[in-house]
Design a protein around this ligand. Structure first.
Ligand code: ADP
Length: 555
């Protein structure tokens, strides 16, 4: 049971596990590359948005002088043109070298304010341009600025544009990955530069453990738990020269949902497969065990039959010994009887001459004794002849004679059970070359079987046994032994010639009779066949090659 379960189960589970592993690998790779592609695309979009804004302002600083752009009408026209190119611009301002806001176009009144000490002003002075983080500033609304500094022979001046945070937000807002995928931008302190769909407003500081890519071009992917201890698949890329970071993330269960479904399916299939294997193994084991039990029972039956057969052989030997022992006293009795007859014959006859007197009765008794002694002698001779084991002596035998002799051996049994025995011998049937003892054994067995079948069906009257000997085609001598007994069941027809097959009760049949007959007939070059109808009777057909004919009988 264990080996029948394990042998198919182990390879089955291995195949499932290997299949799952490769599927998991493929899915993981495709999920990560989808994420990386989204991050790379949005990084390109944001970078080009920022550099376009910077390029717009740099163009103005190169095309106009400070005096020109400080004039409100010029600045207003420039602002209109910029807004036509992008709606992200909220306002536009010009600053002199002291950080004084000399000209301003926009929704607030910021003209005249001094920005010398602000961070963005100082950074722009230092680097030549500056893109700030999102901040509140004087107006108290989240925004960020792009500033470009121009060094002219008359001194340094600066142009600054405010970018609408909401519009910038739209660049990442649209990112959709599964059910929970999202993207957002943070600065190096983890402060949100855009909104985050799953919670997190502009300028809020996040404390998610986000891993930073090492180079500008790298996109980093990793699994991590966020501040709410939920597992996410992250992809990060650097923006704005490393000051900002674009983060895309998706809940792990969402990102790998196909993998989890496949895992459940594989578990389910493995479970069903395992159950099927166990059930089949149990069924097969049951069958094998039952078969083995049947074989064991058959073996036991054969052993008992063999013992019975051996006992029969011993019984035969004992019978032969017994016949031999009885034969001697019989001879002595016979001699004595002969002596008595002789002495009686010499006695003078009484004068009365009465032939029906006591003397005549003694004569009759002696004759009866002689008759019975002869019968006993015949029986013992037959037993001796049958039981004698000797080298087969082949000679030409007249089948009719052997059959009559054998029938005489069972005559008593036939008579007692009221069986009508008929014999039809064709004198033209050729003699058969065989050992007479063997042929006798064949017919004795056929007669015994027939008598048994007839008794079983009819009891002690109505039975018939008919033997016919006739000349067959091709010079064969054919015998038909027919009875009107029980007949043979169709399913047993194939088996009756097998050794040890018997339908008789234990102790009665050995199942060897027909197999021995078959062997003897076959050995003589003859054939043996059976015709039977259950409930009607049976006929055995034997065909022997005629003595002197070189051919074997047609089989
Ligand atoms: P046994 O007589 O010891 O059973 P046999 O080999 O002589 O062994 O016969 C095998 C079986 O063939 C018998 O048990 C019986 O069922 C069947 N059989 C043989 N001869 C006859 C017959 N004349 N009529 C019915 N059945 C027969």
């Amino acid at each position: 049971m264990a080996s029948m379960t394990l042998v198919p189960l182990i390879p089955f589970l291995c195949v499932m596990a290997i299949g799952y592993r490769y599927f998991a690998q493929a899915l993981e790779t495709s999920t990560l590359s989808a994420m990386e592609r989204i991050v790379a695309d949005h990084r390109r979009m944001i970078d080009s948005f920022l550099s376009e804004r910077r390029a717009d302002l740099e163009f103005i600083t190169r095309a106009y002088r400070f005096e020109q752009v400080s004039r409100p009408e010029v600045l207003s026209e420039l602002f209109d043109n910029l807004q036509r190119a992008s709606h992200a611009y909220v306002d536009l301002g010009i600053f002199d070298t002291n950080g004084v806001h000399v000209a301003y176009i926009g929704p607030y009144s910021l003209t005249g304010k001094v920005y010398k000490e602000t961070e963005w002003f100082r950074e722009a002075e230092r680097r030549g341009y500056y893109i700030s983080d999102v901040f509140l500033g004087y107006r108290n609304i989240p925004h960020f600025v792009v500033a470009v500094c121009r060094n002219s022979p008359r001194g340094q001046w600066m142009i600054r544009a405010t970018i609408d945070s909401l519009l910038f937000n739209d660049l990442v807002k649209e990112v959709r990955l599964g059910k929970t995928g999202e993207a957002y931008v943070i600065n190096s302190e983890g402060v949100l530069q855009t909104n985050r769909r799953s919670g997190g407003d502009l300028m809020q500081t996040l404390d998610d453990p986000v891993e930073r890519p090492e180079t500008q071009d790298q996109i980093r992917t990793f699994l991590a738990k966020d501040a709410r201890s939920e597992s996410y698949l992250y992809a990060t890329a650097l923006l704005k020269g490393g000051e900002w970071m674009l983060v895309a993330r998706q809940e792990q269960s969402d990102a790998f949902s196909a993998l989890y479904s496949a895992a459940y399916l594989i578990l389910f299939i493995s479970g069903i497969g395992g159950v099927v294997v166990v059930v089949i193994a149990q069924f097969m084991t049951g069958r094998i065990v039952r078969h083995m039990e049947r074989t064991d029972a058959e073996k036991d039956r054969l052993r008992y039959q063999l013992i019975g057969a051996a006992r029969l052989v011993e019984l035969g030997e004992m019978a032969a010994g017994f016949a031999h022992e009885v034969n001697n006293p019989l001879q002595i009795i016979r001699n004595e009887q002969s002596l008595m007859e002789m002495n009686l014959a010499e006695l003078p006859l009484p004068e009365t001459g009465n032939e029906e007197g006591p003397l005549a009765e003694i004569h009759d008794s002696l004759a009866q004794i002689r008759l019975q002694i002869d019968r006993c002698a015949e029986i013992t001779q037959a037993i001796l002849k049958f039981g004698r084991q000797q080298e087969p002596r082949i000679r030409e035998i007249d089948l009719g004679g052997v059959i009559s002799e054998t029938a005489a051996m069972v005559a008593n049994k036939i008579h007692i059970h009221g069986i009508v025995y008929t014999e039809e011998i064709d004198p033209t049937a050729p003699p058969v070359a065989s050992d007479p003892a063997q042929l006798q054994q064949v017919f004795l067995n056929l007669f015994n079987n027939a008598v048994d079948a007839v008794i079983e069906r009819h009891g002690s009257s109505g039975g018939k046994l008919r033997v016919e000997v006739y000349a067959g085609k091709n010079g064969t001598a054919d015998v038909r032994v027919e009875d009107n007994g029980t007949g043979i069941a169709p399913e047993n027809m194939e088996k009756i010639f097998s050794p040890f097959f018997t339908t008789k009760p234990v102790g009665k049949g050995s199942g060897l009779g027909l197999s021995v007959c078959y062997g003897i007939v076959d050995n003589l070059g003859g054939t043996m066949a059976v015709e039977s109808r259950q409930g009607e009777g049976t006929a055995f057909l034997l065909r022997f090659p005629g003595a002197g004919s070189p051919d074997k009988a047609e089989k």
